[in-house]
Design a protein around this ligand. Structure first.
Ligand SMILES: *[C@@H]1O[C@H](CO)[C@@H](O)[C@H](O)[C@H]1NC(C)=O
Ligand SMILES: *[C@@H]1O[C@H](CO)[C@@H](O)[C@H](O)[C@H]1NC(C)=O
Ligand SMILES: *[C@@H]1O[C@H](CO)[C@@H](O)[C@H](O)[C@H]1NC(C)=O
Ligand SMILES: *[C@@H]1O[C@H](CO)[C@@H](O)[C@H](O)[C@H]1NC(C)=O
Length: 170
């Protein structure tokens, strides 16, 4: 079988397209609330959250004792007063491992019901918009400058070398 040059070009085009589209994307973060301590009774979540940047598209991951705690989203008033009577959203699934998408740029407030909020199980996070892509990043579509991309050009060489090797091998 002879590898048609068209196929090589096709593969390269797909590769370039994938890189141009995907390189500027910043990976979303799944934050384990409390890190190693999880969602528990003896953690200060104000301190846990204060050095972190929560970006629209991230997730919070609550890991806890499902027999004791829960995860309730409340408004600011109820966060401050530890009132769990009318949560905005009950994120408790029953497994003790709940994932909450932070998909709106706003403040989120979470507490555990069953009295644990009074012991400090309350978390406020400020969700920010993603930062603009770095100025050097070539995202202008249709611009020939994409061929100057530090990643794309070596990738093109790599793929043509790969196809050369393949053809010679056969
Ligand atoms: C939170 O909800 C309670 C009860 O529905 C309400 O009284 C309170 O004003 C709300 N607070 C905010 C900041 O929306
Ligand atoms: C939250 O949902 C869980 C699972 O459906 C349920 O067992 C629990 O009673 C709910 N808690 C509140 C406070 O609504
Ligand atoms: C955010 O996620 C929640 C839960 O999955 C969903 O109900 C809601 O529609 C989403 N909101 C936006 C703006 O995507
Ligand atoms: C958590 O730490 C902050 C800053 O030190 C403090 O203001 C706050 O009262 C503490 N919260 C709890 C529930 O202990």
């Amino acid at each position: 079988m002879v590898v048609a040059p068209k196929m090589v070009v096709g593969v390269a085009v797909v590769l370039v397209w994938a890189m141009v589209v995907m390189v500027p994307e910043v990976a979303a973060t799944r934050w384990t609330v409390g890190t190693n301590q999880g969602w528990a009774n003896n953690v200060n979540y104000t301190i846990w959250a204060q050095d972190k940047h929560f970006i629209n598209g991230d997730w919070l991951f609550f890991v806890y004792d499902r027999n004791q705690m829960n995860v309730l989203e409340v408004n600011k008033t109820d966060y401050e007063s530890c009132n769990s009577d009318h949560p905005l959203h009950n994120w408790t699934t029953g497994a003790g491992r709940d994932v909450v998408p932070l998909n709106v740029t706003r403040n989120y407030y979470f507490i555990s019901g069953k009295g644990f909020c009074y012991g400090g199980m309350k978390l406020a996070v400020h969700v920010e918009n993603p930062p603009p892509p770095p100025a050097a990043s070539p995202v202008k579509s249709g611009s020939p400058s994409i061929y100057q991309n530090k990643l794309v050009l070596p990738a093109l060489f790599a793929i043509s070398a790969l196809w050369d090797a393949l053809i010679h091998f056969r």
